[in-house]
Design a protein around this ligand. Structure first.
Ligand SMILES: NC(=O)c1ccc[n+]([C@@H]2O[C@H](COP(=O)([O-])OP(=O)(O)OC[C@H]3O[C@@H](n4cnc5c(N)ncnc54)[C@H](O)[C@@H]3O)[C@@H](O)[C@H]2O)c1
Length: 251
């Protein structure tokens, strides 16, 4: 039985995770963390991790980048493995994560679906095959309530393309202030927000007279929740360090 703390338990992803764990025999939620505690949860919810007294094997976080400092102190104090699914971290927070990963195992992915992780591999290979002859642009669409832009997934896809390209890449997030021709080093990233779109990402390779588009569409939040639960089971008992979807998929 994997005893789990769920951070962000009152949110959209938190609710999906709660429902999925309630149907499993091998996992249980011992408590939740959320600044916005709901009264009808089947487990205790703490606004401040310091108030939590429950014992756990792993913590899954789908909350907000602002929660990271408190979560890292809590997990390091308890030597608790952390599955970090929240997106939108600052450079300083990424450095703090590197330091924490020397003491605890941290699984982090801006997208926990199996599909997008296969797409990342395709993007890396496509970029390396096409090289300088094709311009790379990324478009992402999400629901109107998403706070960060561009999505963590769009950045992961940009990184995958950059790894495959023969030159150093420059990410361009807006073109309004740039009245100039596009150069080959650019990877443009555009964010669209509206309605209830769960998450769509398209990587465009635009060449002379031909265009390749690779698209991933998420139709439900369950694909991310399922990946997070698999990651939690995978991480419990692992040594300190960074882990990601490709580590898990290749084991
Ligand atoms: N990695 C993935 O596959 C994946 C998939 C979907 C969403 N996400 C990310 O997960 C996060 C949550 O997404 P969501 O759609 O469930 O958002 P949401 O806004 O519906 O839920 C976030 C929850 O976190 C709580 N919260 C906010 N600030 C907090 C803090 N400082 N401390 C504790 N709790 C806090 C909120 O009260 C809310 O209940 C976002 O960063 C989103 O981008 C990642």
């Amino acid at each position: 039985m994997t005893r789990t703390i769920l951070s962000g338990c009152s949110g959209r992803m938190g609710q999906v995770i709660s429902r999925m764990i309630a149907q499993r025999q091998d996992m249980a939620i011992v408590c939740g963390f959320d600044v916005n505690a709901s009264t009808d949860e089947a487990f205790p919810v703490y606004a401040n991790p310091k108030d939590c007294t429950e014992q756990a094997d792993v913590l899954i976080d789908f909350s907000n980048a602002a929660a990271l400092d408190a979560l890292l102190s809590y997990c390091m104090d308890k030597k608790l493995p952390l599955v970090l699914c929240t997106t939108g971290f600052s450079e300083a927070q990424l450095t703090a994560l590197d330091e924490a990963a020397r003491e605890i195992p941290i699984f982090r992915s801006g997208n926990m679906s199996v599909g997008i992780n296969v797409v990342m591999d395709l993007i890396r290979r496509t970029a390396s095959l096409l090289g300088d002859d094709f311009d790379v642009e990324i478009m992402e669409r999400h629901h109107k309530k998403k706070l960060d832009a561009p999505s963590g997934t769009a950045l992961m896809l940009a990184d995958a393309a950059a790894e495959g390209l023969p030159h150093k890449s420059e990410y361009i997030f807006e073109r309004e202030s740039r009245r100039q021709e596009r150069n080959a080093e650019e990877i443009g990233i555009s964010a669209i927000r509206g309605g209830t779109i769960v998450g769509e990402h398209t990587v465009i390779f635009a060449g002379h007279d031909e265009v390749i588009e690779i698209t991933h569409k998420a139709y439900s939040r369950e694909i991310f929740a399922k990946g997070a639960l698999n990651a939690a089971r995978y991480l419990a008992g692992k040594a300190a360090g960074h882990y990601n979807m490709s580590n898990m998929l290749s084991e």
